[in-house]
Design a protein. Structure first.
Length: 96
């Protein structure tokens, strides 16, 4: 699948949609699912900790993926809300 990392919501370097986009903004690192960097992020976490959130999403894909299913198809099946929850959850667990 395509992972796009953008410093801002303009998305100049990759104007098309990506399975996952991490976009920098005033609220931190936003996660956009199946859209362009211009879309409203489904979840946020501090920019310095975005890699931990993406790691959590990758772990979710590994555990939820059906045999023969692509990662992109798995992300579509899981939906933006579930993906955003996994992205944010890593931050919540760190605080405990």
């Amino acid at each position: 699948f395509t992972l796009h990392i953008s410093g801002c919501a303009k998305g100049c370097a990759h104007p098309g949609p990506a399975a996952l986009t991490v976009v920098g903004g005033e609220n931190g690192a936003g996660l956009v699912v199946n859209a362009t960097a211009k879309a409203l992020p489904a979840g946020y976490r501090p920019g310095y900790d975005a890699a931990r959130g993406i790691g959590r999403v990758v772990a979710m894909i590994r555990s939820a993926r059906y045999q023969g299913e692509t990662a992109a198809a798995c992300l579509t099946r899981l939906g933006p809300a579930g993906i955003a929850e996994a992205y944010r959850q890593a931050q919540t667990e760190k605080r405990k």
